[in-house]
Write a protein that binds this ligand. Structure first.
Ligand code: GAP
Length: 545
């Protein structure tokens, strides 16, 4: 489509499709093992993505470990770092409850054999192609959650489009029987507006008397089995013995490595309660429905911190960390305030270990108008230390030497965020679309997080310009991550840098050789300023920090 005819605003799904395409085109994120057809739920971070992720990780590490925040009393907190093994003694996961409790309820389709997370089925049905086709055939004008059921149209759909897109659906397999009881049960008045959920359960059910109402498969409309628990931990094997004695798990969270080292850190670190231990690293979950690009993957990175405190102080620290973390995403990473929110978990949502939990949520394009999790801040009580103390028969009590040598197991507040998911939030939040610009798609990434800070170009690749630009590049790259580019038109080079989120570009042109000045182009305004080349380092230093 010619640029001038393109819409100025994108729908959330168009925006997301563009972000995924840009991430691949510019080398942020690639599907893992792509040349072999990929592997569902796994992604590789390319040159720009790896740098972006490192920059987010470094900002987190700096603000947690190197320069932790001031506590409510105005004094700096003590938080130390850790890098524990991914594979630990399997007893770890028995004690933590993951071996038995870290499971999702799963349903399998009896017709197409696909697996679904029971709590995702309705969400997936609403996005399913066959449901859209069916709803459209019934009453295209209705909002998506309502429908006017018409037996004649339903019969026609079942015998035409339905056969192709929903071969497992009862209405398609046996339309006469399904429709006859359905009319009695549901559609007493013709033209009545019905809820789509109810209609879907009816069209999925051949004989209500025997089976009760069914929920159809989002893929083919078929019958789903009863939910069964499915453990999310990946298994592996340590050593050469194959009798099962070497069975281990890849960690599903970085947190447990911290609890395992709590005593080591107390004994060696000269830390006193309250204190925190922070860790960044990979975690693995055999997610049933990995979805939405890098939002839910099977291998991902976490940035987690366990903050150990006296039990009575835990509610105050919980509040402190929820507020601090929300502010971090807003101010340090620069995410749009209106796209961030705090959400307190309901009691029935809490994990097996926590007594209260709040999420920092972000409004991703694929969750709009709703929000999705970015970070969870949990009050874990002393669940983990109690469990590990009992199972390992190691005393993990803290001896409070300032408080008359009283002994207790500290309580824990845990801000647990996804680094991979953080990178996704930054990509989504910084994506801009403006067909009026020479580079309609660009990333307004905060300069300190941008993978490349500076592009350096000769306007043309001759007349002494490459030599001068090369000299500037060699000098500036010592301070700012820079990219030298002499290929293609200058407009294309700016566009490439805009798509990479590079905040500034320096161009050496004909005048530069005469008067020693260069142009500096600002990504956000696309405006250029002439600056003396000898002042570039200071000039950019002020802007880039
Ligand atoms: N130690 C607590 C814990 O692991 P969680 O809410 O399961 O809590 C923390 O995970 C964060 O890790 C989430 O807020 C999310 O950002 C990230 N995360 C969890 N599962 C993920 C997945 N499958 N893919 C990408 N990120 C994930």
């Amino acid at each position: 489509m010619p640029e001038e005819n393109q819409p100025r605003t994108l729908s959330p799904s168009q925006k997301m499709a563009n972000i995924v395409a840009l991430a691949k085109r510019r080398g942020f994120v690639f599907p893992a093992s792509e040349i072999y057809g990929g592997l569902n739920g796994f992604y590789d971070f390319g040159p720009l993505g790896a740098q972006l992720k490192n920059n987010i990780r470094d900002a987190w590490w700096r603000d947690m470990v190197e320069c932790p925040p001031l506590g409510p009393d105005g004094k700096p907190l003590t938080i130390v770092g850790l890098d524990s093994a991914i594979i630990q003694n399997p007893e770890t996961w028995v004690a933590s409850g993951h071996a038995t409790g870290f499971a999702d309820p799963m349903q399998t389709c009896r017709q197409c054999k696909k697996l679904f997370r029971a709590d995702h089925v309705w969400e997936m049905l609403k996005e399913s192609d066959w449901v859209k086709s069916f709803a459209d055939a019934m009453s295209p004008a209705q909002p998506e959650d309502l429908i006017v059921f018409d037996s004649g149209k339903a019969m026609k759909w079942a015998k035409t489009k339905g056969r192709k897109c929903a071969p497992g659906l009862a209405l398609v397999r046996n339309p006469e029987v399904t429709l006859s009881w359905m009319v009695e049960d549901l559609i007493r008045e013709p033209g009545k507006v019905l809820g789509i959920d109810d209609v879907l359960r009816h069209v999925a059910t051949e004989q209500k008397a025997r089976t009760g109402l069914q929920t159809p498969c989002p893929n083919c409309g078929g019958d789903l089995t009863e939910p069964r628990q499915f453990n999310l931990m990946f298994e592996s094997r340590v050593g050469a013995v194959e009798d099962g004695s070497g069975r281990v798990w890849l960690r599903p969270e970085t947190a447990q490595g911290i609890f395992l080292n709590y005593k080591n850190i107390l004994d060696t670190g000269r830390v006193k309660i309250p204190f925190g231990v922070a860790q960044v690293g990979k975690a693995f979950r055999n997610e049933v429905t990995p979805r939405n690009f890098i939002f839910r993957t099977r291998e991902f990175e976490q940035m987690e911190m366990e903050f150990f405190c006296p039990p009575d102080d835990a509610p105050q620290w919980y509040e402190f960390w929820v507020t601090t973390r929300l502010k971090w995403w807003r101010e340090r990473l620069g995410l749009s305030p209106e796209r961030l929110q705090r959400r307190e978990h309901d009691k029935d949502e809490l994990s097996h270990y926590s007594t209260s939990c709040a999420d920092v949520e972000y409004k991703y394009p694929f969750t709009e108008p709703k929000f999705g999790e970015l970070e969870g801040i949990a009050h874990r009580g002393n669940f983990d230390l109690t469990q590990h103390q009992a199972r390992s028969r190691t005393n993990l009590e803290y001896v409070d030497q300032d408080g008359g040598n009283t002994r207790y197991l500290p309580h824990v507040i845990e801000p647990a965020s996804g680094l991979t998911r953080g990178a996704l939030a930054v990509l989504c939040d910084s994506y801009e679309y403006d067909p009026a610009r020479p580079s309609p798609e660009w990333l307004r990434i905060k300069p300190e997080l941008a993978p490349i800070k500076l592009g350096v170009f000769p306007l043309v690749n001759k007349d002494g310009m490459p030599e001068m630009a090369g000299k500037i590049y060699l000098e500036l790259r010592q301070k700012f991550i820079s990219a030298y580019d002499a290929k293609a038109s200058i407009g294309k080079r700016y566009a490439r840098m805009d798509e990479a989120g590079t905040p500034f570009c320096v161009t050496v042109d004909g005048d530069s050789l005469k008067d020693g000045t260069v142009t500096v182009r600002d990504r956000d305004t696309a405006r250029q300023e002439r600056v003396d080349a000898s002042r570039l380092k200071d000039y950019l230093g002020q802007k880039l920090g």
